[in-house]
Every structure is written in structure tokens, then in C-alpha cells.
Ligand binder design. Structure first.
Ligand code: GDP
Length: 506
């Protein structure tokens, strides 16, 4: 059975136009959202559907975490990657839950740092990428330059599917290679209103177009699906150019739900059992409630409201009575979900990032890493009588994936690790707001951390020599706290019988 689901994310650097493009995609797809709403807040956005009621009751904003729209029989699940300059594990993890990604590039700026970082995460899992070069209605770089930059910097074959006829004030329209038609700016605001013609291309662009059509590899589905080639679309999210072509490309080329690794096995979407994994946990914004929403990426089966699922971390089934399903506009679909869909499961902290949920409890999904923190800080309490609360808070927040926590073997200070600075700010404000714990973060002597694995005897031996650099994570597993990257290489070389891992899979 071929699935009609396309589960994807948009990766981009801030300001490239992710929000604007998201709005246009939702609008084209006839989703419940209206353009302009993605960033909107408050009343206007409320009370639109069942799950928004849940939002209101629980004070959890899930609106923009998963956005679902449909077009021509295809159901698109767009997962939001937090759009901060700063990087968090949340972003990485969301990318473990998608089957493809749209990479939005500003036509004037090319590949920017965050685009690149996110791209590397996609590459780790061979996630196929569709490229959208945005803002062609403005003065931009030569499109050839942009294409070559993508090819060189990301080591990716590029295959343009469209071409901008001029840019900025010179912008005359967008040529679709497949149909040979041009969509032209219309009306006083020079938007794309939907008419395309096959009229001749202005003479001065003829050579350029010929070069663009002939100078790059042809689209190859196989290479795309392996993450080796990216089809490139041009457009303007603001003026609505190229958006329909992009949606068509996602439905035609982006893969339906892919099998997911579970140890040696690959779990196919056709498996006759609901399975899925938690890739994100979002806490209540109201500090008086401990409710959380765990986001499950469904891998197989047909989910029905009220179904019992067994979380791998718990062993006993939980009934999923009030799941958040993201089909508010479609009554019939609202009670079921398929492979590729995302289900929000309200819970009181029992579900953790990385957990598998399944009907028969025989599957454990792998490949959902914790990332080695790049910033490590020592947590100091202002009020030393709050030690217990602090420990509880750090355990909770690390379960949620906000931070990672390390308990050194020597000394009493707790160390928190993050991959982005912003996570530290979130930590401090949530400690205060939700746990009434005032804490400060101080520099720690450590620069990075590695999970250590090996047989017990070797581990104990290593531990006895390196107490000062040893900590346990929240699961009690050994972590080597390194003062520098050099420290890591030194220990790796010295201890060939141990593995030092920058990620940890649960
Ligand atoms: P995000 O940070 O990636 O979500 O970017 P936004 O969607 O918020 O866009 C950043 C800015 O670029 C806003 O001022 C948008 O209006 C503008 N913008 C987005 N897309 C386009 C486009 O296609 N053309 C032009 N001229 N401006 C755009």
C-alpha cells in the first residue's frame, strides 16, 4: 500500500522566509489556518478546533508544532523546527521524525550557518532535501552562483526545476521547466495570481535559460531519495511564486513514511501494529500544571482514539484517550492516524523523548540520539536548602530534553549540558517559575562530554583512574567529562577497548 502521507520539515536560517512560506503552504493546502496566523497569538487563534480546546485547558501551545494540510489527496504533515538563531536538541530531534525536508535559502544570501548545520543533521540520516530559493522578487545573487554554492558547500548534486526570469525590479516571472510555462507578476503588488502562459522568453534571457536547463544533472528520484541530489525550485513566498510547484514536488518526489530502524530490524509502515517514537516533549506553560504533551511520530499501524499503547520506558499499557490529532478540519479523519502522522499524547511526565510506544511491546526504535553538549555549566543554588528540589527539577527537565544533566562522581555540583546558549536561559527561567528554585550557572572546567561503553571490568578500571573526570547521566550511565577535545582524543587512543560516543541512544 502506498501511503498518501508526506511528513517533512523546513530547514533554514532565520529570516530566509520559513514563516512566510509556511503560511503560503497552509493556505494553498486549505488548512484551517489562515495566512498570517502562524505567528499570531491570542484569542483570534483560539477555539478553532478540538485540539485548540486542549491547548486552552492545558495551557500548552501545540499549534505550530505540527501543521497538517491536504491537497489532491495527499496529507502533508509539516513539523516546525524552532526558529531561533540558537540551536537546540529540540531542532535536531524534530528532524529524526521527518521523511524529507525543504531547505529554504534567501536568494541574496545563499547558504547561511544555520541552514548548513541543519542540513548536516539531515545528511546524517540521508533525509532527502528539496531546495527552495526564496525572495526572487528582490534583487538577489545570480542564480547560478546560488546553485554552485549549494553544490560545493553541501556536496550535493543540484537539479533546477524552475528558473527566475530576472530578479528584483527586473523580475518577469518564473519559468517551469516541466511545463514550459511562465507565471508572471500581476496587479499592483506584482503577486502570482495563478495564470501561466507559454509566451516566448525575452531574448536576453534565452542563453541563460539554455545553460540552466543543460548545465546541471537531470532529476533522478533514486539519487534524491538517497540524499545525494536536490531538485531546486525558485520562488517568492511573499508574492506566492513557486509555492504550488513546491507542493507538487513534495507530493510527487518526497518519500512516503520510511521504515524506521529498531536495532537490527527495520519497522515497515505496513506492520499490523501501531508503533511510534517520542521525539519531543512539551511542558505546560502554566507552572501550576505538570501536564505535558509528548509528540509521537507514528511509524506503523492505524491508531484509533482510546487505544492502549505500551511505552517502552514503563512496560505497562497506557490508554490514549485524549490524543491530539492534527486533522481538526476533517471529522472523519479526526479519530484515526496513520504511519507518518504525529500524535500529541497528554501525560504527567511518564513519556520521555526517545521512548517507543507500541501495542505489543516488542519493538524498540533506535537512532534517536542525545547529542554531546557543547556548553557545560555548573549549577549553584542560591538557597542551599533546595537541593532536593533542584535535583528533581534537573531530572524532569532532562527527561523533557531541555538540558542534559551530569552528576559528577566527585563533588556535589550538578553539571548541565546544552548544545545551544538559549537552552540555558530556558533552564534558569523554568527553574524559577516551575520549581521555585533560584540558581545560577557557573563555568565548569569541562568543555564536552562523551558516553563511555565497554565491558564492566574495563569501565571500572577506567573509572578508578579518572574519577575527577567521571559523571553519571540521569540513567546512571558513565560519562567522561573532557576538559578539551584533545582530552577526548587522548583517552580514545589510550583506551581502545572502550568506546567514547558523542551521542547516546536510549
Ligand atoms: P523566518 O525567520 O525564516 O521565518 O522568515 P520570515 O518568513 O519571518 O521572513 C523574514 C522577512 O523576509 C519578513 O520581513 C518577510 O516579509 C520577508 N520575506 C519572506 N519571504 C519573502 C519573499 O519571497 N520576498 C520578499 N521580498 N520578502 C520576503
Amino acid at each position: 500500500m502506498t501511503s498518501n502521507r508526506r511528513t517533512f520539515a523546513i530547514i533554514s536560517h532565520p529570516d530566509a522566509g520559513k514563516t512566510t512560506l509556511t503560511e503560503k503552504l497552509l493556505l494553498q493546502g486549505g488548512a484551517i489556518h489562515l495566512a498570517g496566523e502562524v505567528k499570531a497569538r491570542g484569542q483570534a487563534r483560539r477555539a478553532r478546533s478540538d485540539w485548540m480546546k486542549i491547548e486552552q485547558q492545558r495551557g500548552i501551545s501545540v499549534t505550530s508544532s505540527v501543521m497538517t494540510f491536504q491537497k489532491d489527496g495527499i496529507v502533508f504533515n509539516l513539523l516546525d523546527t524552532p526558529g531561533h538563531e540558537d540551536f537546540s536538541e529540540d531542532t535536531y530531534r524534530t528532524l529524526t521524525a521527518v521523511d524529507s525536508a525543504v531547505m529554504v535559502i534567501d536568494a541574496a544570501k545563499g547558504i547561511e550557518p544555520q541552514t548548513r548545520k541543519l542540513f548536516e543533521v539531515c545528511r546524517l540520516r540521508s533525509v532527502p532535501i528539496i531546495t527552495f530559493v526564496n525572495k526572487v522578487d528582490r534583487e538577489g545573487r545570480d542564480p547560478f552562483e546560488t546553485l554552485d554554492e549549494v553544490a560545493d558547500m553541501l556536496a550535493l548534486d543540484v537539479s533546477p526545476q524552475m528558473w527566475p526570469i530576472g530578479m528584483g525590479g527586473e523580475f518577469e516571472g518564473l519559468l517551469d521547466f516541466a511545463t514550459g510555462t511562465i507565471g508572471r507578476p500581476e496587479g499592483p503588488s506584482r503577486e502570482y495570481l495563478g495564470t501561466r502562459d507559454t509566451a516566448a522568453i525575452p531574448e536576453r534571457f534565452a542563453d541563460e535559460i539554455e545553460l540552466a536547463r543543460g548545465g546541471y544533472p537531470e532529476f533522478d528520484l533514486e539519487a534524491f531519495r538517497h540524499g545525494d541530489l536536490t531538485p531546486v525550485y525558485f520562488g517568492s513566498a511573499l508574492k506566492n511564486f513557486g509555492v504550488i510547484e513546491l507542493i507538487d514536488a513534495i507530493s510527487r518526489y518526497a518519500p512516503p513514511p520510511r521504515p524506521q530502524p529498531a536495532g537490527e530490524e527495520q519497522i515497515s509502515p505496513d506492520r499490523d501494529e501501531v508503533t511510534g517514537f517520542i521525539f519531543k516533549v512539551q511542558a505546560n506553560m502554566d507552572p501550576n500544571h505538570r501536564d505535558r504533551i509528548a509528540f509521537m511520530r507514528q511509524v506503523s499501524g492505524t491508531f484509533k482514539r482510546g487505544m492502549k499503547l505500551i511505552p517502552s520506558g514503563l512496560g505497562k499499557p497506557i490508554a490514549v484517550h485524549s490524543p491530539i490529532l492534527f486533522f481538526a478540519q476533517d471529522r472523519e479523519l479526526a479519530d484515526t492516524a496513520e504511519a507518518g502522522d504525529i500524535i500529541g499524547i497528554p501525560n504527567h511526565g511518564t513519556l520521555r523523548v526517545g521512548d517507543t510506544l507500541s501495542e505489543r511491546n516488542q519493538v524498540r526504535f533506535t537512532g534517536l540520539p542525545n547529542f554531546a553538549p557543547e556548553i557545560l555549566r555548573r549549577v549553584q543554588l542560591r538557597d542551599p536548602t533546595k537541593t532536593k528540589q533542584l535535583r528533581k527539577a534537573l531530572d524532569d527537565l532532562s527527561e523533557e530534553g531541555v538540558i542534559q544533566v551530569f552528576y559528577p562522581d566527585i563533588g556535589s555540583a550538578h553539571i548541565v549540558g546544552v548544545v545551544g546558549q538559549l537552552q540555558l536561559e530556558v533552564l534558569i527561567s523554568r527553574l524559577e517559575a516551575e520549581y521555585k528554585v533560584e540558581a545560577v550557572l557557573e563555568p565548569s572546567p569541562f568543555a564536552t562530554a562523551r558516553w563511555i561503553k565497554g565491558d564492566e571490568k574495563t569501565l571500572e578500571e577506567f573509572a578508578s583512574f579518572n574519577r575527577a573526570n567521571l559523571a553519571r547521566d540521569r540513567d546512571g550511565d558513565y560519562v567522561f567529562m573532557a576538559k578539551s577535545p584533545w582530552d577526548v582524543s587522548y583517552q580514545v587512543e589510550k583506551n581502545p577497548q572502550l568506546t567514547f560516543s558523542a551521542t547516546k541512544e536510549r
